[in-house]
Design a protein around this ligand. Structure first.
Ligand code: SF4
Length: 431
């Protein structure tokens, strides 16, 4: 049985207990959220070394790090380094988006080394295999696509992105309306090419029940992908995007009826003033399904710094109720990220998630900041480092210039904290 089915029966699973403990919440809260579909625990029954994470309403905002090979760089060793960087920086989940080299071997190596939930996009493997076999992706058969999804399920993948909402009607909307950046989702683009060439409906939509059966067997969570996500702020919240979301809303209900855990992916490039609308639309149309956004990137002009662009959007999205942030690295739009890009991306996204959690009222979020403020007031540098998202960096930066006394080298003898304590007699707060 899936976590959703167990929750509906009133059964408490070890995964629910583990999530309740890590969130500091009652297990009954987790069970209820799972039963009504507002919480998911991506936990494939074959991912044996998994430490489960909960994603959804009332829980802390989670952060995903994308890793994976490309056709130009396809080293398993490098991907394992990136995986380690993501785990060390505090990611809650990892997606292996490999499109180069031995894709199944990379996935299996990642699965074996990863205690976090692992997600994938199986159509990449199916499309690339078709390219090798037929010299074109559009000749991929429907069975080949479903076989790739089953391979991923059997390898223990906890959640898969499936672009089931890219229908012929969404393509018509896209064509009729026009866009600056058209389609920027790789999976969405594969499917659109296939549908137009074969003059057929999306097989993931047409044969959704087949997908549900497979997902249910392994308790693999479906992450309904946004193939029509905007890749330019000029295209945000347009008719093609909303058409796809409407279809996804129906598919969420069908997944829940089939006992399959489901979450919904969202944009993309979205200006600040449209983020709240995007979150509300997803929550309303998809009946509270956990929302998983890429960024969002709030401007198109910050190449090289898009981890910051994504964190600005992510903080706002999280504060409005988004449950899961997919990180963006400084390499976004420019190249395949390396391990340092991964680390920077995870930290930026964790800042965004935590800023959102303060507004959401997530248990422990404000207390964490309070403790940091007290440590600052006390000029307790080691405590500040321990409370930092990146303790190693905090220690290194503090130590790079020596300062006389207990203040730091920023203001030295004119340290406001110290002056207030020394001359105004204001005592230092205690935790
Ligand atoms: S020296 Fe300035 S920056 Fe450093 S702790 Fe004191 S007030 Fe803060």
């Amino acid at each position: 049985m899936t976590q959703l089915e167990l929750a509906r029966k009133g059964t408490i699973s070890p995964q629910m207990t583990a999530v309740a403990q890590s969130e500091g919440l009652e297990v009954e809260f987790i069970r209820r959220g799972l039963a009504d579909g507002t919480i998911v625990i991506p936990a494939n029954t074959r991912h044996l070394n998994l430490t489960p994470r909960g994603i959804g309403q009332g829980l802390s905002t989670k952060v995903n790090a994308n890793i994976g090979t490309s056709s130009d760089f396809a080293s398993i060793g490098t991907e394992l380094e990136k995986l380690k960087a993501a785990i060390d920086a505090g990611a809650d989940a990892v997606m292996d988006l490999s499109t180069g080299g031995d894709i199944p071997a990379v996935r299996r190596a990642v699965m074996a080394a990863c205690p976090l939930p692992v997600g994938t996009v199986p159509i990449y493997q199916a499309g690339i295999k078709a390219l090798e076999k037929y010299e074109t992706m559009v000749k991929m058969t429907v069975d080949e696509l479903f076989n790739a999804i089953e391979d991923h399920a059997q390898d223990g993948v906890d959640f898969v992105t499936v672009h089931c909402g890219v229908t012929r009607s969404a393509i018509d909307r896209l064509k009729q309306q026009g866009r600056v950046a058209d389609v920027v989702s790789r999976g969405g683009a594969f499917l659109i090419g296939w549908m137009l060439y074969n003059e057929r409906e999306n097989p993931l939509y047409e044969q959704y029940d087949r997908l549900l059966e497979m997902a249910r067997e392994y308790d693999m969570t479906l992450s309904l992908g946004d193939g029509m996500r905007p890749g330019s702020i000029s295209d945000a919240t347009d008719r093609a995007q909303i058409e796809e979301l409407l279809v996804i809303g129906e598919l969420v209900e069908r997944a829940r009826e089939a006992g399959v855990q489901v979450m919904v992916e969202g944009p993309g490039h979205v200006p600040l003033n449209q983020i709240e609308t995007n979150v509300q639309l997803e929550k309303s149309i998809c009946k509270g399904a956990p929302f998983y956004v890429l960024g969002p990137l709030v401007t198109d002009i910050a190449a090289g710094y898009d981890h910051i662009t994504g964190a600005i959007g992510g903080a706002l999205a999280a504060s409005f109720g988004t449950d899961f942030l997919c990180y963006v690295t400084p390499a976004e739009h420019l190249s395949l990220p390396d391990a340092d890009d991964v680390r920077q991306g995870v930290i930026a996204s964790r800042i965004a998630a935590h800023a959102g959690d303060i507004v959401k009222g997530v248990k422990g979020a404000r207390e964490w900041d309070y403790k940091m403020s007290v440590a600052r007031k006390q000029l307790n540098w080691e405590e500040q480092a321990k409370l930092s998202l990146d303790p190693e960096r905090s220690r290194r930066v503090h130590g790079q210039h020596t300062a006389a006394g207990s203040a730091c080298s920023m203001c030295g003898e004119f340290c406001a904290m110290k002056l207030v304590e020394d001359y105004l007699g204001v005592t230092t707060a205690r935790c």
